[in-house]
Design a protein around this ligand. Structure first.
Ligand SMILES: NC(=O)c1ccc[n+]([C@@H]2O[C@H](COP(=O)([O-])OP(=O)(O)OC[C@H]3O[C@@H](n4cnc5c(N)ncnc54)[C@H](O)[C@@H]3O)[C@@H](O)[C@H]2O)c1
Length: 261
C-alpha cells in the first residue's frame, strides 16, 4: 500500500481478506457497511448488535455495546477465534428528541450507547492491535458532532464527544500503526430516520442512502482519510461555524424555530 502524507492515516485501509467487526450491523448504516465489506472481499465479518439478524457468512454476537462486561467477553472470544482484528466499525447508535428536561436515566442510556461504546471497544481491543501494529477504527459519529442537532441535547452532546474521542484516538495511536476514521453524515435513510418526514432537520440538504454512505466511507478509508463527511456541504458549514460562531448560533436558532418549535 502507498504511504501518504496528505491524510491523518499514514496508510489506507483495504478490506481484502480482512477480519472486520461492525456494531449495529443488523440495520441501516451498519448493515450497509457489512454488505460493502462483503463486496470488497473481507475474509470474515462479525456483527455485534442487540437485535439479532442472520446474515450469510457473518458471525453474530448479541451484546449491548454500552456494557463493558459484555464487550469484554465478546472481544475475548473474537480475538481467541481470529487472533487479529483489522477493522472495527463502532457504529451502533440511538437518537432521541429531548431538551434541557431530559432525565439522568435518559442521559445515561444514550451516553452509554453513543459514547461509552467506543471507549469500551478500544479498551478491549487496542492492546492486541498495538502489539501487531495493525488495526483500524471507523467510528460513526454524525454531522451533529461537528455542528449540532436541533431538538436533541443528548444526540448533539454524545456525537460531539464521539468526534472528540476519535480525534484523540488518532492523535495518540496514529503513529503506532493504528488507523482511525470518523464518519459524520447528515440525514441517511435508515430505520432511525424512517418515521421523520424527509429526515426532518437532518434531511435539510437531502437524504443519502445507507449504501451510498458505506461506499463513500470505505473509498475514503482506502485513501487514509480521518474525517469522512458524505454530505459535502458539511465542510462548508464547519468553516462558517469556525469563522463566526455567534452568527452560526443565530442561524441555527432559525432552524430550531422552523423544525422544532
Ligand atoms: N440515519 C441517520 O440519518 C444518521 C445520520 C448520522 C449519523 N448516524 C449514526 O449512524 C449510526 C447508525 O445509525 P442508523 O441510522 O443505521 O440507525 P439504525 O437504527 O438503523 O441502526 C442502529 C443499530 O444499532 C443497534 N443498537 C442500538 N443500540 C445498541 C446497543 N446498545 N448495543 C448494540 N447495538 C445497538 C440497533 O439494534 C440497530 O441495529 C448511529 O451511530 C447513528 O447515530 C445516523
Amino acid at each position: 500500500m502507498i504511504e501518504n502524507k496528505t491524510y491523518a492515516n499514514k496508510k489506507g485501509f483495504n478490506p481484502l481478506n480482512s477480519i472486520c467487526v461492525v456494531t449495529g450491523g443488523s440495520s441501516g448504516i451498519g448493515l450497509a457497511i457489512i454488505e460493502e465489506l462483503k463486496k470488497r472481499k473481507a475474509k470474515k465479518i462479525i456483527n455485534i448488535d442487540i437485535l439479532r439478524r442472520d446474515q450469510d457468512n457473518v458471525d453474530f454476537y448479541k451484546c449491548d455495546v454500552g456494557e463493558d462486561k459484555e464487550i469484554k467477553e465478546v472481544f475475548e472470544e473474537i480475538i481467541k477465534k481470529y487472533n487479529t482484528i483489522d477493522l472495527i466499525c463502532s457504529n451502533a447508535g440511538i437518537a432521541r428528541d429531548d431538551d434541557g428536561l431530559a432525565t439522568v436515566e435518559h442521559w445515561n442510556n444514550i451516553w452509554k450507547t453513543n459514547v461509552l461504546q467506543h471507549t469500551n471497544i478500544v479498551r478491549n481491543s487496542i492492546k492486541k492491535m498495538l502489539l501487531k501494529k495493525n488495526g483500524w477504527f471507523l467510528i460513526t459519529a454524525s454531522a451533529a458532532g461537528l455542528l449540532s442537532q436541533v431538538g436533541s441535547a443528548t444526540y448533539s452532546t454524545t456525537k460531539h464527544a464521539t468526534v472528540g474521542f476519535a480525534e484523540w484516538l488518532s492523535i495518540t495511536y496514529g503513529d503506532l500503526g493504528i488507523g482511525v476514521s470518523v464518519l459524520c453524515p447528515q440525514g441517511v435513510n435508515t430505520p432511525m430516520t424512517a418515521k421523520i418526514e424527509k429526515g426532518g432537520v437532518a434531511g435539510i440538504n437531502g437524504m443519502l442512502e445507507a449504501n451510498q454512505v458505506a461506499v463513500i466511507a470505505l473509498d475514503q478509508m482506502v485513501l487514509g482519510k480521518f474525517l469522512i463527511t458524505p454530505h459535502e456541504i458539511v465542510k462548508k458549514y464547519i468553516k462558517i461555524k469556525a469563522d463566526d460562531t455567534d452568527k452560526w448560533i443565530i442561524g441555527m436558532r432559525k432552524l430550531y424555530k422552523q423544525f422544532i418549535k
